[in-house]
Structures are given as C-alpha cells and as structure tokens.
Write a protein that binds this ligand. Structure first.
Ligand code: F6P
Length: 340
C-alpha cells in the first residue's frame, strides 16, 4: 500500500445534514486507510472540535453506512465558530491532536467557518460540499441535492393524486434556504402549475403577484376542473405557504391547502447519484491532502473533479440554470394556464 507523509486527518460533518454524508465519510476513511493515514472523526460539527469530542474512525466504523441518511458523526450549527474564542479552541484541539488536515463536509456556513480557521491554525483545510440546497459555487451538484429533490418529487406525486381526486389546489413549500434549486427542479419534475422562487419573484411584487395568481388559478380552474399545484421556495413569501393560502382565500375566495414538506427533504437513503458523487469527492479530498492542497472545496463540474477556493465557493450563490427558468416561465407555465 502506498505511504504518504500525512499521518492524521480530522473529519467532521457540519450544518444541515444531507443524504450521502455517510458515503463521503466512508470514502474518506477508506482512502486514508489505503495511504496509511489515521482519521479522527469529530462529533456534532465544529462543536466537537471546540469541546474535544472525537474518536478514531477505522474500517469497521464505516462498514454498512453508504446507504444511510443522516451522518454517523452527527451534525450541528456552531455559532461559536464565528467568534475568536471558538476558533482558538478549535485550533488548539487540532494542534493537540497532531492533525495535518481538517476535512469538513457541509454547506456555505460550514465553509465560512473553515476559511476563518486559517487565521488560527496552520494545517490544511479541505471542504466537501454536502447540502441539499445545491447552492455552492464551483460544483454542478452538492451531496444530498439529488436525494432531496427525489424525495420531494415522490411526496408531490402523492399530493397530486389526492389533489386530482378532489380537484383541489395545494401550495407546497420546499426547502433551499435562500436559493431555488430545489424548488425549480421539483416544480419542473412534478409539472407544478406554478413555481414561485427567488429567481422569478421579488418581494416588492407581493400584492401584484397575489392578484395575478388569483386570476391564473381561477382561469385554469374554469378551463379544466382538476388539481392545481403551486410550489414555493421557503423564505420567499412573508409568512410562507400558510399565509399565501390565507391571502388567496381572503382576496378571491380561493380554497388552497398549504403543505410544508420540511425536514423530510433532508432524510432518507441517498440515491445512487449522491452515493457516487460523495464517494468520488471523499477520495479526491484525501488525495488533495496528500498533494499538499489547502483552502479548497472539492467540486465536480462536467463530470470531472475540480478544486475551488473555499472563499469562491461561498462568495456567490450558484444560480439556477437559466434554461430551466426560461422553460418554466415561458413555456410550461403558460401552457398550464391554457390546457383544457
Ligand atoms: O441548508 C439545509 C437546510 O435544510 C435548508 O434548506 C433549510 O433552510 C435549513 O437547512 C433548515 O435548517 P434547520 O434544520 O436548522 O432548521
């Protein structure tokens, strides 16, 4: 087996968990083993670094986890990593544990913490993009996104059945924090009659949009008595899906059922695409450590692994593909209004 100069790396999962995180943990541990590198797993995100909660990860600890959602290392958000004291404590733990490189599987908040750590600790820092939101710049997909959209699609297909049976209108709220990758992709894949997301809607237009929605729903319902599904991104509409349903009732006597899919989108067994992406990224992360790289996120673009500066990955939110937005707005949405 090849030997590298690196002896110990630290690994943690941070922020919102995402299906496929376990597959990435497994790939990091197996690859490290291959190169005779020890892996120390820290629990509960950066809190594990601050409070020195860790365990060595061996082959046995990653056996039988590739298909499991969640993360065996547990996850958490860690506001302490935004303050000097927390960063100092985290750095001290890494020094005490004789760690060469820290690998963090997480999203933009986690990577901001990792970037900050550079000022307090001289070791290598590597990020693996794990978030259902798919909003990190520099990678076509983040680990967990594909599973999350499949979960949401499955749920909305079921909602469609009951909506059809009752010729009913549903407003389904989807996760994504402040980006619309989940909402747009799920909207397209479920043939939602309306997709409301950050990319096609601005808050100041709320009253106008409300009136427009009322007209469009009424027209569609007159033309073809059937179900009508609106998907809406969380944090888009003041008061979310529930408030929007109330407003449509008050404005135009339209009866809508709000449905917040919520954390169901974060759970479940990862789909093949996430397992494979996570595995490729986990292998690449350890190889990057051996090559002496630091301050980078492992990405994949056009089916090839790439390295992106951590700061770059979080500087701008990755945009939803314009062709998807155009198809929804200019073709599918208009057709939905005129179908008989
Ligand atoms: O970042 C992942 C995510 O699931 C977002 O889509 C969502 O806005 C947020 O985390 C929810 O966070 P929490 O579980 O802390 O409420």
């Amino acid at each position: 087996m090849p030997k590298s100069n690196v002896q110990r790396i630290a690994l943690l999962t941070s922020g919102g968990d995402a299906p496929g995180m376990n597959a990435a943990i497994r790939a990091v541990v197996l690859t490290a083993f291959h190169y005779h590198i020890e892996v120390i797993g820290f629990q509960h995100g950066y809190n594990g670094l601050i409070h020195h909660e860790c365990q060595q990860l061996d082959l046995k600890s990653v056996n039988g986890i590739i298909h499991k959602g969640g993360t065996i290392l547990k996850s958490a958000r860690c506001p302490d990593m935004l303050a000097k004291q927390g960063l100092n404590l985290a750095a001290q733990t890494l020094v005490n544990e004789n760690i060469t490189a820290l690998v963090v599987i997480g999203g933009d908040g986690s990577f901001k913490g990792l970037s900050q750590l550079k000022q307090y600790w001289a070791g290598q820092t590597i990020g693996i993009p794990g978030t259902i939101d798919n909003d990190l710049d520099g990678t076509d997909f983040t680990i967990g996104f594909s599973t999350a959209i499949n979960t949401a699609i499955e749920a909305i297909d079921k909602i469609r059945d009951t909506a059809d049976a009752f010729e009913r209108i549903f407003i389904v709220e989807l996760m994504g924090r402040h980006s619309g990758h989940i909402t747009f992709n799920v909207g397209i894949a479920t043939a939602a009659e309306q997709v409301l997301s950050f990319e096609n809607f601005y808050e100041k237009d709320e009253q106008l949009k409300l009136q427009q929605l009322a007209v469009e729903i009424n027209t569609a319902q007159q033309n073809r008595h059937s179900s009508y599904i609106i998907v809406i991104a969380e944090n888009l509409w003041q008061g979310g899906a529930t408030k929007l349903a109330t407003q449509l009732q008050e404005l135009a006597n339209i009866d809508c059922t709000p449905c917040i899919l919520g954390h169901i989108q974060r759970g479940g067994s990862p789909v093949a695409k996430d397992r494979i992406l996570a595995t490729k990224m986990g292998v690449a992360a350890v190889q990057s450590v051996i090559e002496g790289k630091s301050g980078i996120m492992i990405g994949e673009t056009n089916n090839a692994i790439c390295h992106v500066a951590l700061e770059q990955s979080t500087k701008h939110k990755k945009l939803v593909s314009q062709s998807l937005i155009d198809a929804q707005q200019n073709i599918l949405a208009l057709t939905a209004q005129t179908q008989c």
